[in-house]
Write a protein that binds this ligand. Structure first.
Ligand code: SF4
Length: 297
């Protein structure tokens, strides 16, 4: 077994399933651990963890065109070729530039080049539940998959520095580039679903994605008692697909109250959702194994 901290990725097929509440509670139960908010397009783990920034670094995640005016002869090939309206024979619009490089190739005078662009910032912050690696994209900043990888690397580095055995990743919803970056090489992927038809559909897609990468997966059913027929459909899917359904969290009005107070629900005494999350954490801790090796397949 290597010394690398184990990586638990918590994801969902769509937003609004309660994934971040689950992450906050698991973090409160899993001490010591390091958190990684990899939902970089819509980060909100800070709402439950009240981070205080310890250090920050720039993220240069994309490229934009730059003109050498001493070489430009106003040929206009750039304006004719750019499909994004990002350049004319006299001006550049960095916000519209996708960094594809076509104008650079097309310019007959070699007057254009691609240069790195500042896309956002990454942070490591202190929270009551362990260090949090997170990020902020600049408005219009792209390449969030690369930024997710950067945040995960920061979290892993911090875990090594602090000798923390576990990194808990709050992943983005969906099955896109940033979701793939959030689960890649994780030791376990915990998928949060709800008892609705759309959530079941999204769950099917996420399970397919996780299987594609050969990662161990497990499912949590949140607000499980809101629809018995839909909850039964999620249970049936997990059974047929042989994906462990490791816990069902009941609808609990304590959850939004805890969010509004900025604390994980598991810290609120007497919360039924908190009780369910404690049982789920026992299962996850067992499955990750005392030696950190996941026993799921
Ligand atoms: S790099 Fe691509 S998107 Fe940017 S100005 Fe050139 S052609 Fe347009």
């Amino acid at each position: 077994m290597d010394d690398r901290a184990r990586q638990l990725a918590v994801v969902s097929g769509k937003g609004g399933t309660g994934k971040t509440s689950v992450v906050g509670s698991l973090a409160a139960l899993a001490q010591p651990c390091v958190l990684a908010d990899c939902d970089v397009d819509a980060p909100n783990l800070y709402l439950l963890t009240q981070p205080q920034v310890d250090r920050q670094q720039e993220f240069w995640g994309s490229k934009q065109v730059r003109r050498d005016t001493s070489r430009c002869r106003g040929a206009g090939e750039c304006e004719r070729r750019c499909r994004f309206g990002a350049i004319t024979r006299t001006t550049e619009n960095p916000r519209a530039c996708e960094g594809c490089g076509l104008c650079v190739l097309a310019c007959p005078n070699g007057a254009l080049e691609l240069v790195p662009a500042l896309t956002g910032h990454c942070y490591v912050s202190g929270t009551p539940y362990g260090p949090l690696a997170h990020a902020r994209l600049r408005p219009g900043g792209g390449n969030s998959g690369k930024l997710v990888t950067e945040v995960r690397a920061l979290a892993q580095e911090t875990a090594t520095e602090r000798a923390a055995p576990l990194v808990i990743i709050d992943g983005p919803p969906g099955i896109g580039c940033s979701a793939i970056a959030a689960i890649a090489d994780a030791d376990m992927v915990l998928i949060v679903a709800e008892p609705t038809a759309s959530s079941l559909h999204d769950l099917e897609r996420v399970v397919k994605l996780v299987r594609h990468f050969g990662l161990p997966a497990a499912v949590i059913l949140n607000k499980a008692d809101l629809s018995e027929p839909q909850a039964a459909a999620v249970r049936g899917f997990c059974s047929v697909q042989e994906v462990p359904l490791v816990g069902e969290i009941p609808f609990d009005e304590t959850v939004p109250k805890a969010v509004s107070q900025g604390v994980p629900v598991v810290t609120v005494p007497g919360s039924p959702a908190g009780d369910a999350l404690r049982e789920i954490w026992k299962w996850v801790a067992r499955a990750l194994g005392a030696d950190g090796s996941p026993s799921l397949s």
